[in-house]
Design a protein around this ligand. Sequence first.
Ligand SMILES: [Zn+2]
Length: 519
Amino acid sequence: MTIATALMRRFALRGDIRGKVDEQEVLIFRKSFISRLKNSFDSSHLIDYVSRLVHACSALRQIFVVAAAVIIIAQVRAREPAGSTTQVAMPTISFKYTTLENGLHVYSVEDHASPTVAVQVWYHVGSKDDPNGRSGFAHLFEHMMFRGNEHLKPDTFDELTENVGGENNAYTASDVTVYHEVVPSNYLEPILWAEAERMSSLALNDANFSSERDVVKEEYRQRILADPYGEFSLAIEQKSFAAHPYKRPGIGNIAELDASQLPEVRAFHSTFYRPDNATLIVVGDFKPSDLEAWTKKYFGPVTKPAEKIPRVAVTEPSRKEDALSVSYSPKAPLPAFAVTYLAPSIRGDDAPALKLADTILSEGESSRLYQSLVYQQQIATRVSFDADLREDLGLLTFRIVLASGKSVADAEKALDAQLDNVLKNGVSADELKKAKNQFLTGKLRELQTDNGKANALGEAAVLYGDPERVNTDLAKIQAVTADQIKTVLNKYITGKKRVLIEYLPEAMKSAATPEQKRK
Ligand SMILES: [Zn+2]
């Protein structure tokens, strides 16, 4: 890191300049500059960063920053091949794959960079598989999986992970439920044993069922009821999907949780928590022969039920007309609204371009929507665009919280103007380049850890249905063109029906007639 060293020396030598600015600030600036440098893909990325930095600096520091930057950029340029189009070689994850006789999928990546190992078990069951009238079942079940069985105490997972400096947790998404641990490598065998134990049987009794149900209800109160916009988030999904179970609240709801019975929970375990519906992923410091022996020893005896695994067969119908849903809440401090369009499955070919559109439009304060609606027009306090792609289909969601004193109708017009602009004129080469850098930097950072690699592999294998995508997706992101972004946005938005969900402060309800309210 000769460039970084030179920069640091420059800072250290020029004590007179340093004396004029805050010591801490210099330190932060130096760190951030060096890390930007390490993570930059090319000099133009760096120039963009420096120009924003200079903008934010005092006159004295501007001279200094520019001088330091000129030297560094020249050196970075010298490293780049002439006419470089900034293609970065993406690391490949070389994984091994095997299936046990009972159908358990096993992916492994040997990596001895640190004496730790990441273990994940992905069950192909998520909140879309909640039984009818039982929203939150998959989520409740995730909690039950920590209650142990006749061999596993409720705190066994913590003992095997946190007590030895590791970690464990789980999450439930629409399509999957994932259990993950990172442990010192000599704890791999007991963790595999414990995961196999809870796959094979659970202590499901009234006492632990009702206590976990209370925990989930409390989570609902905290995450949905206590958040001023919690119910707005639920309404977006509920109103955007007409038929698909993605419309139901994955976190659960109090009435349906209260109505659930222990036998239903037992049935959920035997239906979905089975080896042929699970994918074990092990990444890190292990001996392949050990892993093979332990996997067979502990997961091998788990029986595979004869019944077929039920899958959601509902197809979301295409929208026939625009729809509007208005709700009022005493909790909403400022009006908010969302505009949604149906989007394709994450398994489809349009996913890379939609993900980059998401980054360009709303990632960070230099993104398009933030710059226009929050910074320049000051019509919104928050704005986002989310290409939320899932296994069966997705949603494109624009979401806005208004600035104080602004009208919902004006904000909707302002958003439409932004939307028209991007549909008609597309995105610029610079925006695209920056989005790729942002996106790829995040992905590359994720792939630096065992757990990150396991995540990426699990997503590819279970969610995308193609493990090879762990190695091909980043190249696809790099290959996306500005034209493709314009094309996919038009494909899913132009001429398509939208759902508009307004979530307004209670006071607006009595203030006007329905027609006037939205003015
Ligand atoms: Zn939970």
